[in-house]
Design a protein. Structure first.
Length: 308
């Protein structure tokens, strides 16, 4: 469900951004507004990012191989990290460069098409709002009671947080562009257009940094959520087994590795130990279905304190 929701949000965002990018480029050609150029590049970068997320999702579904015995689930994290780089370089740095150039040589928006950027920006706000609404609806299916900040920071599925931040950035960026273009038309001073472009650049750089930090954590390897960890621990201990130590690792958004050393009775036979381990694995998978790879190491019951 999470993967399907992420794909639906990506496709909705891609359709909106491709259409908006074309309209923004047309508006830039007609008016030479730097805010419109920055927004056009922003939408183009977002479109490329959504294609990258779709490619990453498809490649992550490949079967495990001898060279990659745990599969390719982390490819989704890699492509999400590439998205942050594209957003930073193509979107943010380009907008800041364009703003610097226009601050040095500001010019007003002139000609018969002064209304075009306003119409495009207002239409883009409507289109992005629909895309953002789709991302919110799909995210709410897995967000639970978490705050939005907590969801972005702890989500194991990278696509939805990426789309949420991109759509939010797109809406705020459009407001900045409307601010720059509007004041330029009112005052006839192109410096406002340049300032709007600079605000867009700073916004994109900030979003890119947040995405890079969060996806870096996923790439390094994150443990199960606190809720899933508690369920796994309870499942193992349901028959009185003690956990000496427990470690979890996400091999991908929907694939979790569980490794634990557990206690067994000193007099238990090999068959009894194997049965106890099989039962514990079944209980774990029942409460945490994404626990695909489970390794339970038996150890003789001792009196010393559990190792954290």
């Amino acid at each position: 469900m999470a993967a399907n929701g992420g794909t639906k949000a990506i496709v909705a965002a891609l359709a909106a951004n491709l259409t908006i990018a074309v309209l923004k480029f047309v508006a830039f050609v007609l008016t030479m507004s730097s805010s419109m150029l920055a927004e056009a590049i922003h939408s183009l970068a977002d479109s490329c990012n959504q294609v990258l997320l779709l490619v990453g999702g498809k490649r992550a579904k490949r079967e495990a191989s001898p060279e990659h015995p745990f599969g390719y689930g982390r490819e989704r994290y890699i492509y999400a990290f590439i998205v942050s780089i594209v957003l930073f370089s193509v979107g943010g740095l380009f907008a800041l460069f364009e703003a610097w150039e226009k601050i040095q040589h500001p010019h007003a928006i002139e000609g018969d098409f002064w209304w075009v950027p306003l119409a495009v920006l207002l239409g883009a706000i409507v289109a992005e709002s629909f895309s953002f609404r789709t991302a919110i609806r799909e995210s709410n299916q897995i967000r639970g009671r978490q705050s939005w900040v907590s969801f972005v920071r702890t989500a194991k599925q990278p696509e939805l947080p990426v789309i949420l931040l991109e759509d939010l950035g797109a809406l705020v960026g459009l407001v900045f562009a409307l601010f720059g273009v509007g004041l330029t038309l009112i005052t006839g001073d192109g410096i406002w257009d340049a300032l709007g472009t600079g605000m867009i650049g700073l916004l994109l750089v900030a979003i890119a940094v947040v995405l890079a930090v969060e996806t870096k954590s996923l790439l390094l390897g994150e443990s199960a959520t606190n809720d899933d960890s508690a369920k796994i621990q309870a499942a193992i201990e349901a028959d009185g087994t003690r956990i000496i130590h427990l470690k979890t690792l996400h091999l991908g958004p929907e694939e979790l590795l569980v490794a634990a050393k557990i206690t067994v009775g000193a007099a238990d036979s090999g068959r009894e130990i194997a049965t106890a381990i099989d039962d514990a694995e079944a209980r774990i998978r029942a409460v945490v279905p994404i626990a695909r790879v489970i390794y339970l190491e038996p150890d003789v019951q001792r009196e010393e304190t559990r190792v954290p």
